[in-house]
Design a protein. Structure first.
Length: 88
């Protein structure tokens, strides 16, 4: 693979990770809204309590996804930083 091909591949991978971060962020926004709706209601029934716990678990999973994507982006950027420092 040529250097240009490697750069394009890295760029595509980075773009995919950024897209995943945006998607996860949107999921988090929607879940936070849903949680606020549930919390604003009186939790008189066990089902409401279970729904709230499910929402929190889902938020936690999405937060983990965002963190993993951030780590992947950092890994992708590390070689780029080395190339930049070598070319200076």
């Amino acid at each position: 693979m040529t250097d240009t091909g490697k750069e394009k591949s890295a760029h595509t991978s980075l773009r995919n990770e950024v897209d995943q971060l945006r998607l996860s962020s949107n999921h988090l926004k929607n879940l936070v809204y849903s949680m606020s709706v549930v919390m604003s209601e009186r939790m008189e029934h066990t089902q409401e309590y279970e729904a709230l716990l499910t929402l929190f678990d889902t938020v936690r999973n999405h937060i983990n996804d965002v963190q993993e994507s951030g780590e992947k982006i950092s890994e992708l950027l590390d070689p780029c930083a080395l190339e930049i420092s070598k070319s200076k």
